[in-house]
Design a protein around this ligand. Structure first.
Ligand code: SF4
Length: 627
C-alpha cells in the first residue's frame, strides 16, 4: 500500500440491489481490516474482506486476505484469513470490500479494475447445485465456472473465492480459493476455513463466489535497501535472510529431516499424539508412544516424507515466499490440522484414506477442523453403541481402537465412514442436520439418547449456540474461554501454566496475533513480524504509539463481548484433567499449583474444572482492558 495514503478505502456493496459506494476511513484511527471490520460488522452485520497496509510490499507474507464479521457458527465477531489471496485483491486499489444485504438469487460477484478506471462490479445470478455438481465439483467447480465466464476480461490472472454445499447445509461452511496460473486453476488451495464465513457469504448475502483482480498499480513499499537497513540494525541480518531463518519449520527443518506443519508436528508429537476422538488422553504413555511409532512415524509420516518432502513437492500460497509451506502430493495439499482432524482423530493413519476424506470435505467446502471433530465424535458414538449406524444414515461401524489396527485397511474403512457422514450432512432431510450447528445437534441427540453422547464431543462453546472444534494440540490453552477461539488467539503450550497465568498468556498471544491479522501478515512469519512491525509502522507512517494503543483497544473491544461458556462436555474436562496428570506423572513437573489442581480434580473434577475455567477467564479479563 502506498505510504502516502492517509485513509483506508472501502467499497461497500449492497448485494440486495447491486449498488455500491466507496468510503474512506482515516489511517491512525483505523489500521487495517480487523479494526475496521469490527466497526462495520457491528454497524451493518457485513462480511468484510480486506488486506493489510503492507500488501503488495516487499515484506514476505504481507498479502494475506483477511475475512471477518459476525460468525454464523461462533455467534460472535470472528476473523479468518487466507494466504496469498491479498496479492491480487491489492490490484483492485482498495483496502477492503464490505458486503451488506442479501441478493434475491444466489449470485457470483465480479470485480475488476482495469488500470485507473473505476472498479467494474456485477452480480450474476447462478444455480449453485448445477455448478457444484459440474467439473471438479463443489468449491472447485465454482472457481472453474467463474474463470470460464470471466477470465478473458482480466489482463492478469484473477483469483476466485468460493463456497460449497457445506455453506448451504451447515453454519460452518468455509471460503476456498485456489491459485490461478496462466488462466488455469492449480491444486494449491487456500482457505478462510474457520468461523463459517462461507455460510455467511452464501446464506446471509446470497453470494456463491467472488472473482476479482485487476491492473491497478499502487506505489507499494518496495525499497529493499531501506528495509534491509532496519533489519540490519535490529537483527544484524538482511530481511531475506532473517525471513529464511524464521520460516525453517514451514520449508524444511534439517533437525527433523522433514518440513511443513504436517512433517514437523508429527515428528515431534510423540506421546502427545491425539487420536480416536481424543481417547488417547486416557491411555498410558506407552500406548500413546506405540500409536505414534507404529501408525504415525512408520506409516502416515513416512508416506508424507517419501512422497512430498523427498520429492520436493512444495508450493506457495500465491505470493513470493521462501517458506513454500504448501506441501503437496499431486492434487492433495498436506497441512497438519486438516490431516490430523480427519486423520488420526478419526482413526485414519494412511495417506490414501486421509486424502479421500479430506479432499471430499474440502470439495464440499467444510471447515476441516470442525468437521473432523464432528466425524470423530460420531464415530466414537457408533463404536461405543451410543448411536446405531442407521440412526445417522450410514452403514458400518468404525474400527476405533489401536489394538490390532490394520493401518491401510482400517484407515480406509474409517475414511469411508467419514465420507458417508459428510454426505449425510449435505443431503436434504439428511439424518445429520447441522443447519443450526453441531452444538445444537449434540444437545438434541443428548435429549434423545442421554448426555453420554454429548459428553464425547470436544468443542468450545460461546453464548447459547456458538461452537467451534479446538485446534489439534493437547494443551489446556485450546479450550480457553477467549472471545475468539479455534485459531491461535491463545497459548497452546505443552507446559503446565497455572490457569490464571494461562489467561494472561492467552491475552498476550491474542494481541500479537491480532496485530498480524490487522496488518494482513501470514503468521508463519511472526518470528520477525511481531517484533519489528511497530517500528515499520513508525518508519512508514510515523504513528507507532497510535498503532499500539489501537491494538490494545481492538483487543479490549473484542473481549468486551466475550460470551464464552463453561465446558459442557465431560471429554473437555477429562482433556484438562489428563493433561495435568501427564504433567505430574510423565513429565515430572513438581509444582505446588499443579499438585493443588490435581487434588481438586481428584476430589470433584466438575467443580475443579469450573474453577480452572474461571481462573483462565480472570487472567484474560484482567489483561484485555483498555486501561
Ligand atoms: S508461509 Fe505459506 S501461507 Fe504464509 S505467505 Fe508463505 S507460502 Fe503463503
Amino acid at each position: 500500500m502506498n505510504k502516502n495514503q492517509r485513509s483506508l478505502k472501502v467499497i461497500i456493496i449492497d448485494a440486495s440491489s447491486g449498488f455500491y459506494h466507496m468510503d474512506h476511513y482515516p489511517i491512525g484511527i483505523f489500521f487495517g481490516p480487523v479494526d475496521l471490520g469490527i466497526h462495520l460488522a457491528h454497524k451493518h452485520n457485513s462480511l468484510n474482506i480486506g488486506v493489510g497496509l503492507l500488501a503488495g510490499s516487499i515484506f514476505p507474507g504481507s498479502n494475506r486476505l483477511i475475512v471477518n464479521g459476525i460468525s454464523p457458527c461462533w455467534h460472535g465477531f470472528f476473523i479468518s484469513s487466507m494466504g496469498g489471496a491479498g496479492l491480487i485483491f491489492e490490484n483492485l486499489g482498495i483496502n477492503m470490500l464490505s458486503i451488506v444485504g442479501k441478493s434475491s438469487r444466489p449470485s457470483l460477484l465480479y470485480l475488476n479494475r482495469i488500470h485507473g478506471e473505476e472498479i467494474e462490479i456485477e452480480l450474476i445470478p447462478v444455480r449453485p447445485r448445477e455448478i457444484w455438481s459440474s467439473g471438479r465439483k463443489g468449491v472447485y467447480a465454482v472457481m472453474e465456472y467463474a474463470l470460464d465466464k470471466f477470465a478473458n476480461r482480466y489482463e492478469n490472472d484473477p483469483r476466485v473465492l468460493s463456497v460449497g454445499p457445506a455453506s448451504y447445509y451447515t453454519d460452518f461452511g468455509a471460503i476456498a480459493s485456489v491459485t490461478v496460473h496462466k488462466g488455469e486453476l492449480t491444486h494449491v488451495d487456500t482457505w478462510a476455513g474457520r468461523g463459517g464465513f462461507g455460510t455467511k457469504m452464501l446464506m446471509e448475502h446470497g453470494i456463491i463466489g467472488i472473482i476479482y483482480g485487476g491492473t491497478y498499480i499502487d506505489e507499494d513499499f518496495c525499497d529493499r535497501t531501506v528495509a534491509d537497513s532496519w533489519f540490519q540494525d535490529k537483527y544484524k541480518q538482511k530481511l531475506a535472510s532473517k525471513d529464511f531463518e524464521a520460516t525453517t519449520k514451514y520449508r524444511f527443518d534439517p533437525k527433523f529431516d522433514t518440513g511443513g506443519t504436517f512433517g514437523v508436528n508429527y515428528t515431534t508429537l510423540e506421546e502427545r499424539i491425539i487420536a480416536f476422538n481424543y481417547r488417547t488422553i486416557f491411555m498410558p504413555k506407552e500406548e500413546r508412544l506405540a500409536i505414534h511409532k507404529n501408525l504415525i512415524v512408520d506409516h502416515y509420516l513416512k508416506q508424507f516424507n517419501e512422497e512430498t518432502i523427498k520429492a520436493k513437492q512444495q508450493k506457495t500460497c500465491g505470493e513470493p515466499c521462501a517458506a513454500v509451506c504448501k506441501k503437496m502430493r499431486g492434487e492433495f495439499k498436506k497441512d497438519y490440522e486438516p490431516y490430523q482432524a480427519m486423520g488420526p482423530l478419526c482413526g485414519v493413519f494412511d495417506q490414501r484414506a486421509a486424502e479421500l476424506l479430506v479432499h471430499h470435505a474440502d470439495t464440499l467446502g467444510f471447515d476441516a477442523i470442525s468437521v473432523g471433530g464432528i466425524i470423530s465424535w460420531l464415530m466414537e458414538c457408533l463404536a461405543e453403541g451410543d448411536l446405531k449406524p442407521e440412526e445417522i444414515g450410514i452403514d458400518g461401524i468404525p474400527v476405533f481402537t489401536a489394538e490390532n489396527f490394520r493401518v491401510v485397511e482400517d484407515s480406509l474403512h474409517n475414511g469411508q465412514i467419514g465420507m458417508q457422514i459428510l454426505n449425510q450432512i449435505i443431503t436434504d432431510n439428511g439424518k445429520i442436520n447441522l443447519n443450526e450447528g453441531a452444538r445444537k445437534f449434540a444437545r438434541h441427540l443428548a435429549r434423545e439418547k442421554g448426555k453420554n453422547v454429548l459428553d464425547k464431543f470436544v468443542y468450545v462453546g460461546f453464548a447459547r449456540h456458538g461452537w467451534i472444534v479446538p485446534n489439534q494440540y493437547w494443551s489446556p490453552g485450546v479450550l480457553s474461554p477467549m472471545a475468539i477461539m479455534g485459531k491461535y488467539y491463545m497459548n497452546y503450550s505443552k507446559d503446565f501454566i497455572e490457569p490464571r497465568e494461562l489467561g494472561r498468556e492467552d491475552a498476550k498471544r491474542m494481541i500479537m496475533e491480532l496485530m498480524m491479522d490487522n496488518m494482513g501478515i501470514c503468521r508463519f512469519h511472526r518470528a520477525w513480524a511481531e517484533d519489528i512491525m511497530p517500528e515499520i509502522i513508525e518508519q512508514l507512517f510515523g504513528i507507532k504509539e497510535e498503532f499500539l494503543a489501537s491494538l490494545k483497544l481492538t483487543a479490549s473491544r473484542i473481549n468486551s463481548r466475550n460470551a464464552s461458556t463453561f465446558w459442557e462436555s465431560e471429554r473437555n474436562i477429562d482433556f484438562i484433567h489428563s493433561f495435568l496428570l501427564k504433567k505430574q506423572n510423565e513429565d515430572g513437573v513438581d509444582d505446588p499449583s499443579l499438585r493443588d489442581w490435581l487434588k481438586r480434580f481428584s476430589d470433584d473434577k466438575y467443580k475443579a474444572a469450573l474453577d480452572f475455567w474461571y481462573d483462565i477467564h480472570k487472567g484474560i479479563h484482567e489483561s484485555l482492558r483498555e486501561f
